[in-house]
Design a protein around this ligand. Structure first.
Ligand SMILES: Cc1ncc(COP(=O)(O)O)c(C=O)c1O
Length: 399
């Protein structure tokens, strides 16, 4: 029999659960895009979006996904032949580096294991060795969703400053915006990319690039750039359609307005960060108990380096896949597949899975998801410690 009928929980690390409020807001007829309510709401919408990114600088909205934002950020700042330093600690760091390479940049890669954070010493050494300042940008991923590692962006800025290096600091916050603390201005981030489908609780389809004055100076060097990618008019439009280089994504904007209102009603972005942090700790507490039997372990050993939006786990192959299938078909909880740990045709691929806990997630969803995993571990006869739900409830009870 299956016990999956009822409200399901998509616990993959993006797209995340879209709240009914957002879905209802999007369920609207297209409106006038030349004047009226939609046009009038844009200044506040952009202001609130910048508030979530903790910046007073510029924001450009694109109709596109995260890959599109990698491209948008690079085409506005980097010319073919420019040197770029990519800090790669997982599949998404590698993806951004590859995008830069395909756009003609001379990409130097510093690679890190996908279970530990960026090694600042190595970054500092690399920048110090670049005495002529040829590296134009440093690319870093705040949370690499593949291994679920959280990187210290403020620490990275400090290392760049200590090396006296003038490269742009460009950060991918696609899996962290709205979930893990991120301070664009206070941490000295020059360019930040994000997308709609994770912490912002929308369907996939909108992308965002935030940039400061230093990035605008870099933009001024670029003489050839497609009008679609050019962020200049999108950030400071004279007329409404310039925000989007064409027809506005009407329903997405209504959804974004609702999502930003929900964050404000929760108590603002700091309250959303605190919720994600507490829920992440509850998940790890359960995992620590399951891990006592030796078959399961958290992929990132140091809790300081774990993201609050996604948790990658090892459960000896093929048990991870069996668990995912059981949870989805029997309990209505969809867990994330392994990404970047092994190839899909490698037997070890079946030894990894990920839990997404980003965006519209609360205590009962997390406790329900953990309960489903606990039942699944029993159903597939995976060795696991007892008392995981107690441990999670204990963390949550202290909220
Ligand atoms: C950290 C990170 N960067 C980039 C991407 C790529 O985004 P998209 O799949 O929307 O192109 C993802 C997607 O999961 C991601 O998690």
């Amino acid at each position: 029999m299956t016990l999956a009928n009822g409200r399901t929980y998509l616990a993959i690390p993006g797209p995340s659960v879209v709240p009914d409020r957002v879905l209802n807001a999007m369920h609207a007829a297209s409106s006038n895009i030349y004047e009226g309510a939609l046009v009038d709401m844009m200044p506040d919408l952009i202001g609130d979006l910048k508030g979530v990114a903790r910046t007073t600088k510029q924001a450009a909205i694109y109709i596109g996904n995260g890959h599109a934002m990698w491209e948008a950020s690079l085409t506005n700042t980097i010319k073919p032949g420019d040197k770029v330093l990519a800090l790669v600690g997982g599949a998404f760091g590698a993806g951004w580096a590859e995008t830069a390479r395909r756009l003609g940049a001379d990409v130097q890669v510093l690679e890190f294991d996908n279970s530990v954070a960026i090694d600042m010493q190595r970054v500092g050494d690399m920048l110090a060795a670049d005495t002529s300042g040829e590296i134009r940008a440093v690319l870093a991923v705040h949370v690499d969703t593949s291994g679920s590692v959280l990187n210290d962006i403020a620490g990275l800025r400090a290392v760049m400053d200590a090396a006296g290096h003038g490269a742009l600091l460009m950060v991918d916050c696609i899996a962290s915006l709205g979930c893990n603390r991120f301070e664009m201005d206070a941490w000295g981030v020059d360019v930040m990319v994000a997308a709609s489908q994770k912490g912002l609780m929308l369907p996939p389809g909108l992308g965002f690039v935030f940039f400061n004055e230093k990035a605008e100076t870099a933009r001024a060097r670029i003489s050839q750039l497609s009008p679609y990618w050019d962020w200049s008019l999108r950030a400071r439009p004279n007329v409404f359609y310039q925000y989007f280089a064409g027809t506005a994504p009407v329903q997405f904007l209504l959804g974004l307005r609702e999502a930003l209102d929900m964050i404000a009603e929760e108590g603002g972005i700091k309250a959303a960060w605190a919720r994600h942090e507490k829920l992440a700790h509850a998940i790890w507490a359960a995992c620590d108990i399951w891990a006592r039997a030796g078959a399961l372990r958290l992929h990132v050993p140091n809790a300081v380096h774990r993201s609050h939006s996604v948790t990658a786990l090892y459960l000896s192959a093929p048990l991870a896949t069996k668990l995912r299938v059981w949870c989805e078909t029997k309990a209505g909880v969809t867990l994330g597949i392994s990404l970047g740990m092994a190839d899909a045709d490698d037997p070890d691929w079946h030894g990894h899975f990920r839990i997404g806990h980003m965006g519209h997630v609360n205590a009962h969803m997390v406790l329900g998801m953990l309960g489903a995993i606990d039942a699944g571990l029993k159903a597939i006869n995976a060795p696991h410690g007892s008392g995981a739900l107690d441990a999670a409830a204990e963390v949550i009870s202290k909220a």
